[in-house]
Structure formats: structure tokens, C-alpha cells
Write a protein that binds this ligand. Sequence first.
Ligand code: HEM
Length: 527
Amino acid sequence: MFFTYLLLVTLGYLFAVFYWQRRRQQRVFKDLGIPGPEPNFLFGNLIAFKDKMMCEQYQAWHATYGETFGYFEGPTPVLVTSNADILHQVFIKQFNNFHARKLWPVQVDPDQSEEVHLFFARGQRWKRLRSVVNPAFTASKLRKMEPQMNQSADRLIEVLDEAAEKSDEKRVELCGLFRRLTLNVIVGCALGIEQDAIRDPNNGFLKHCQGVIDDTTEQPVLYLFGFIFPTLNKLWMFLYKFMHNIKFNPVYWLEDRMKEYLNYRKKTDETYDDLLQQMLDARIPDKSFHDLDIEVKTGDEPQLDINGNLKKSTFKSLTESEVVAHSLLFLLAGYETSSTTLAYIFYELATNPHVQHALRKEIMEAMPEGEEPSYNNIKDLKYMDMVINETLRKYPLASTVIARQCQDTCQVEGLTIPSGMLVQANVWALHRDPKHWGTDPEAFDPTRFSPENKAERHGMSWMPFGAGPRMCVGLRFAVVQMKITMCKLLRQYAFHPASDLHSPLQLKEGATILPKHGVPLRAVRIP
Ligand code: HEM
């Protein structure tokens, strides 16, 4: 009896300490005078996301609390804002104090793990990695990728023809087809691997990349625990790895293929000029990332060896594990984002025939019959730029990752942001703010991006690729690929809504925000 009593008192005491601490953590926004929903002591405000996508809930809170508000993921405070001046300070002006991304509750330590890549790295390590990757996306490199992009688009047309022939109304489902296209392009352009994911829906890379993306959308209980008790991150990570050793994990399949292929590339005499080669050239196999980061920190002035030759720059260097991690990153970052954007673009073109017509006219005039789209001639397709920009305004599909963590307590536009606090850009609200976009932000209107309209807007009113030094490194690659695909498809087909198209689109949240029921359209050959 005594021991039961003692146990109950101890448990009660521990619970009271936990509750008191939690409530103290959750007072931060009140103390700072920032409005927001009342948190539950255990979950914070996570329950609000049970039936709503994050972007929907953010818009609902925006309507109640205004452009800047705070909520809690368990004990973790997240400051959400669509105020363009605050965003400018956080993402650009004070970047040195906001260089880190938001971390997931179950993930490797970005400062300690060998496997960290550009997306999660921070501080010196991020600087070093970004300096290796940036040059892969210059104009001259993108020009070399054109043939691969054109070839893949030609293959897509063959598959589109076959699919359309099978149905009376010439129905094709574009989300799935574009995924096959963008995977083929990224595997070919970044890694130099010839695949036929476009013709073969069972292609290994395609299946396993999709497996990884689906895995992130399962939202297992482990993630919930991770949010509620973030300090136990090491335990959650251990359990995650343990569970994935029992259950097949598609990441391991992809990692194994990468390692096999890297070994082949290290031995072959063939010459390549792709992102992988750039990473292999930067590789310093016998050093750990700690060594490399220390060398970066202590200055990376050009150094001479004892023979007076320039030493390989340690600044632009990668470890062996980082090469593997980045090969995987590019597959995953480049594939779903671009394919889903293409699907949204074609949905808007099919439901806005006047826009489709104007765009086709621009393409036909810029590229006479038989001329292939190229880096040079797609540059002049200004209306196409406007269509892409307007699509990404309406559907900023990767907005949840546009967040930064404050390193040292600072002042931003009159707000005090304490060290460690997350600042999340509320991009769906920003892209619908009447202040920037007028009274009907749901309307699809590419002329919003005409030079005269654009000049009048705040520079931070549009940020589907993020902003500042950490914005999407694959932006130009994605735009070139999308433009080439659009030129090829629109020259040959007219697109109309299929009988089972849901319009307006219903959306769902996965790794990105995507059309819930796909984008089924009728693809009718232009005679
Ligand atoms: C339409 C297509 C795409 C969209 C909408 C998109 C969107 C984004 C966004 C919102 C971010 C976060 C930026 C920030 O935090 O400020 C990001 C980062 C990133 N994206 Fe993309 N992306 C696209 C295509 C690509 C492609 C094709 C690649 C690779 C070939 C890529 C590679 C990356 C990488 C590596 C990062 C991390 C950059 C860093 O932290 O330094 N993305 N992207």
C-alpha cells in the first residue's frame, strides 16, 4: 500500500513538473505579444492539422489572427508570417542569423551525421555544400542538358499517344505521366544514368523514389511522438531505423544503386559532364566532414603545395558519404516538385482555353515547325514565364519547407525573435493577399506577371522557390525542363478537361501539395 502510494505521488510530482515546464514553454508568444491559438499542453496545436492541410490551417489562422501569429508543435513555437517586410528581413537581410532550416522531429542530426545533404545542412557545412552544387546549374551546364530534356519529352509524346488511343475521349492522367518524365530527366541529367521510366511504369528508380515520397506522407505515430517530445530525437531516430530494418525501406534500394553506380563511375574511363562528375571531382575520400568544415572555417584562401601548385580547394569539397547523400537528394528534390507543377500548369491551361491559345501562339511564332526548343529560344517565351509564375503563385506546392530557425535572439521589424524560434513563411496566404494580388486571387491570370504589374509589387510577395541564399538551387533546371516540355506538348496537342476531372482541383498534402485525384485531361492531336 505504502509503495503504491509512493509511486502515485512520484508520478503525480513528475507529471506536475512536466506540465509546469510545458506551460512555461508555451507562454512564449503571450510574453512577446504575438497572437495565436491556445495550445494543448501535450500536443500544442497539432490537433488542428488532423483534418486540414497545413496550408489550409495557416490560412484559417491568418484570417483570425492577422499576418503574423504563433502556434506550437508540441512544445516548439512556430512563428508564422505572410508579412513581406518580416520575410525580407528573415530570408535575406538577416540571413546569417537565419541560415538553418526547420528540422523534422525524426531525422539525423544535421551537425553530426555523415549523411547530411544540402537541404538539411546548416552553417559552415551548408556553405561548403552549396558552393559545390551551385555551379551545376549555370547556363552553360543547363545548355548541355537540353538534348536529354528534349529526348525525354519526345518519349513522353509517344506514351501520351498510346494512352490517348486507348480511350474514346483521349483521356490521359498527367500527374503520373509527368512523374515518369521528370524522373527520367533528373536521373539522366544529374547522374548520367540512362533509364526508360517514361515507357516503363515499373522502372526501379521510379518505384523506389515514389516509395520514399509516399513514406514521408504516412505520418506514422512515431512522428507524432517526435513532435510532442522533440528532445528525445535520438530515441525516435533509433526506432525509425529499427523499424525500417524490419520493413523494407525504398531509400536503402536507392542508396545501394547509387553506391554501385558511383563505384562504376570511379573506375570508368568514359568522360561525363554532369552533376555527379562535379561531385566526384570535389570528393576528398579520406577526410570526414568535420575536417572539411574546420578547413573552411579557418579560411579557404588559395593555397600552394610544396611544388607551388594550387591545392585543391577544401571549400569546394565533399566526403564520400556526402556524394551518395546528394545523389539521392537530387532524385527526390527534382522529381515530384517539377512533375506536380507541370500537372497544375496543364490543368490551368485546359480550364482556361484563352490562355492555352495565347501560349500556343507564342510558341508557334518563336519556334517555326521543326525547330527544337533550346535554352536560347525558350528564354524569349515571356508569356510562358507568366503562365508558370501564375501557376506557382496559385499552387506554391513546396511551401511547408520555406522556414528558418533563429540562431541568436534578434529584432525583426519591431518583433523580438528569441534564439531557436522557427519562422515559417505563410506562402499560401502571401500569394492570395489582396494587397499584392487584388480582389480575386483565386482567378488564374498570367497578366499579373506582366512587367508593368510586376514592377509595382513587393519583392517578397511571390516565393514558391523560397528566398535568399538558401532558395531552391534547382529553380533554373526546373524552369528549363518545364518550358521544353510545354513547347513540345502544346505544339502537338490541344488539352481539354476529361469527364472525370475535378474542377476546382481538390488538393492533398504529401511531401508536396498535390491534386488529390490527379489531373485527367483529353489530349487531342492538332492536325
Ligand atoms: C517547380 C519545381 C520546384 C519547386 C517548386 C521547388 C521548391 C523548393 C523550395 C520551396 C525550396 C526551399 C527554399 C527555401 O527554403 O528558401 C527548395 C529547396 C531546394 N530545392 Fe527545389 N524546387 C523545385 C525543383 C527543384 C529541382 C529540379 C531540384 C534539383 C535538381 C531542386 C533542389 C532543391 C534543393 C537541393 C534545395 C535545398 C537548397 C538549400 O537548402 O540550399 N528543386 N526547392
